[in-house]
Ligand binder design. Structure first.
Ligand SMILES: C[S@@+](CC[C@H](N)C(=O)[O-])C[C@H]1O[C@@H](n2cnc3c(N)ncnc32)[C@H](O)[C@@H]1O
Length: 289
């Protein structure tokens, strides 16, 4: 039987629902759009357009992968974040809407027209750094990651977005290897899930996201213990930082940054009102009188 766009959407949705997936309507629509080379508007304005046999086969394959709990972003190889579209692979964390809280903060702190340099520690797909650079064309960014495979994805994303001239990438263990470089803004979304919690996460995360992007050590705070003093070291006097945290890590991460000498430390909430981003600054140089 030949399916049209509407029938394809309905049958994909029914299969995903039967597999017990949350959010089958949107997932099914995204898979139909990709398999049929259609836009969201096409499904509404041209619902009786028939899929070709090849498109039906592709859709069936996509739905089977989603039934096995592979994330839609992996099936499609892309994910929208803030105002940009990013290529994603199994080597990078799929960018999350929660992380947009950090981008929003950075753009407010560093208004349009301002020239500044930014360091993204654990750059992954490039989501945070590239979202900021795309809107601040006078800014330059350095993205660091310990994963060479992740850096390859971030480089490709920078090139696809026309941002290669503003972005540089370096393989490294947090700030080791940065020598005397210093930055106006340092951002990071480090791994922050306690090791033993990972096995109980939903399959989309547990089985498909890189462990390196998730595992924050026994209590989830291992990366922040290193990052707090290292970020303060590489910030320029008066420079700002913003790090993403887990919903229950506010007190511990704020304390680590205060101990490291940061000023103005506070936590921003995400749209779901969870504590999400710890921000602060390095004290400006004191004037000698
Ligand atoms: C939670 S992911 C964040 C990716 C991306 N910034 C985002 O927000 O979507 C954490 C990233 O930190 C990287 N990472 C883990 N340990 C690291 C280390 N010691 N030094 C540098 N990067 C590290 C991982 O490879 C991963 O890409």
């Amino acid at each position: 039987m030949t399916l049209n766009l509407l029938q394809a959407w309905q049958s994909a949705k029914a299969r995903l629902e039967a597999a017990g997936l949350a959010g089958p309507v949107i997932d099914a629509r995204l898979l139909v759009e990709a398999a049929a080379g259609a836009t969201r508007a096409d499904i509404v304005t041209d619902p009786y357009r028939a899929l070709t046999p090849e498109q039906e086969e592709t859709l069936s394959d996509y739905v089977a992968r989603r039934e096995r709990r592979e994330p839609v972003s992996h099936i499609l190889g892309r994910k929208g974040f803030w105002k940009i579209m990013l290529s994603v692979t199994p080597d990078v964390l799929t960018p999350r809407p929660d992380t947009e809280t950090l981008v929003d903060y950075a753009l407010k702190e560093f208004p349009e027209g301002m020239a500044f340099n930014l360091l993204d520690l654990g750059v992954g797909s490039g989501a945070i750094m590239l979202a900021i650079l795309a809107e601040r064309r006078q800014a330059k960014g350095l993205g660091v990651d310990v994963s060479e495979e992740a850096l390859a994805v971030a480089r490709e994303n920078a090139a696809n977005l026309g941002l290669a001239g503003q972005a540089a990438f370096l393989r490294g263990d947090w700030t080791q290897g940065l020598a005397e470089a210093s930055f106006d803004l340092v951002v990071s979304n480090p791994p922050y899930i306690a090791s033993e919690v990972i096995a109980g996460l939903e399959p989309e995360v547990r089985d498909y996201e890189p462990r390196l992007a998730l595992d924050g050590g026994p209590d989830g705070l291992a990366a922040y213990r290193r990052l707090a003093p290292e970020i303060l070291r590489v910030l320029k006097p008066g420079g700002a930082f913003a790090v993403e945290i887990g919903y229950d890590q506010k007190a511990a991460v704020e304390a680590l940054f205060r101990e490291a000498g940061a000023s103005g430390v506070r936590t921003l909430k995400d749209l779901a009102t969870h504590d999400r981003v710890v921000v602060g600054a390095k004290n400006p140089l004191e004037r000698r009188t």
